[in-house]
Design a protein around this ligand. Sequence first.
Ligand SMILES: [Zn+2]
Length: 99
Amino acid sequence: MIAMIGYEYGQGNDLVIKVRPCPSCGKPHEVTVNICAFENWVDGILPIQDAFPELSPAERELLLTGIDGDCFKNMRRNHETRLRLRFRNSPYRQKAAER
Ligand SMILES: [Zn+2]
C-alpha cells in the first residue's frame, strides 16, 4: 500500500512525496526521500525499511498509509485499551480463573 498522491522535486536528489490526508485527523503531510531509494522501493527491489533507513517509523507509516505519528499512537492506544477490555471480559480468562 502506498499513500502517495503526488510529488515534486526537492533539492539535489530529493523527492518530496505528498501523501493523502491523514484518515484520522485529515491533515496533509509530505515526506522527503532520496529519488533512487524511492525508485528501489516502488519497483519492489527493497522493502520500505531498507529503502529508507533514515526515515523514522512514523515517516514510513506516512508513506504507507498517510496516518501521521500522533494519530498512529492514538490508534494504537485505543486498540490496546480495547484489547485489555476484551481480555478482562474474555470467557476463556474467566474459565481459567475458575480452575
Ligand atoms: Zn492524523
